[in-house]
Design a protein around this ligand. Sequence first.
Ligand SMILES: [Ca+2]
Ligand SMILES: [Ca+2]
Ligand SMILES: [Ca+2]
Ligand SMILES: [Ca+2]
Length: 323
Amino acid sequence: MRKTFIALFAAMTAMQVAQAQPVPGTDENIPFLMTFGKNSQTEWGDDNCLQVIFFSIPTDYTQPVYIRVFDPDCGGNNDELNGSFNTRTKFSVYGGAGSCSNKDAQMCNEKGKYDSGTLLATKTFAQDAQYDGKWYTFGPFNPSEGELLPEYGGRTFKITIEGVAGDDGNMYRLFLSRKQNENTKVDGGFAYYFKYKFRMHDSGTEVSHIYPYIDDKVVSIKQRNFDWDNDGFIRVISVSKNGVMMKVSDNNEWQQSTHKIDDAEKNTSWDIQMIKSKSKPLKNNNVVIYLENQYGELMPFYSVPIGGIPTYKYTIGVKPKAK
Ligand SMILES: [Ca+2]
Ligand SMILES: [Ca+2]
Ligand SMILES: [Ca+2]
Ligand SMILES: [Ca+2]
């Protein structure tokens, strides 16, 4: 099965590859990633002030790569103010053995070894007009410095984002680039992440998406989400699910729901749609979401849906009536 999975990575179209480089991904329609300073209250939407994102580069790609951050500072435009801007955010890039395969890193476990592997670059940002609304570039990195994980498409790098001081929210975006001063895609590269922490759109007309891949071992999925503030609803579209609802959390709480996998969904992606409240869309809504399979293992989301965006197939989803 692993083979099929790797083949699917290889089969990503040129269009998909172009969309795979930014995080949040183009198809996700999510405005910003979010990390709060460690003195913030969780009711602002960040459960532990740590985000971890992984970038995959095909093993046959040998040119230097860069990880670029948009608006790394916390102040001025884009960021969420609490009192005065006093948040400091530490961005760190890691490679080498154990950097990306470590479960604490995947789960953003701030008490564990989330900083596993070899530190390749780090920088801490405060409020800084120099970086406000601008890109900062980490690298160059030699792809051979990444951890070799064929099951995630090749050589992988980790970037951790920690709110090391303060109580404001840092909003930012990332881009895997082959150029230092511009966003230029790395052929075949993409991002993946297990626990996703981001800012929703303000407008009630927007729908955001995340795309987990259902491999052939998955029997059921438990989703958990935090601090959704009941802002609309979350539903699943797949080849056999036409809008199955997931339980949504209120302010400063976790909610969860468990969903069975149909045979037809194996080796396809899910489209988890996060649909804003139309009547009372919340502004500045920060949220957290992750998925586990039936073994309690975390399931990755991909910056592009592996195998394409799924569409509901009526003939699969509708079970024949018992006679
Ligand atoms: Ca503050
Ligand atoms: Ca800013
Ligand atoms: Ca920022
Ligand atoms: Ca929230």
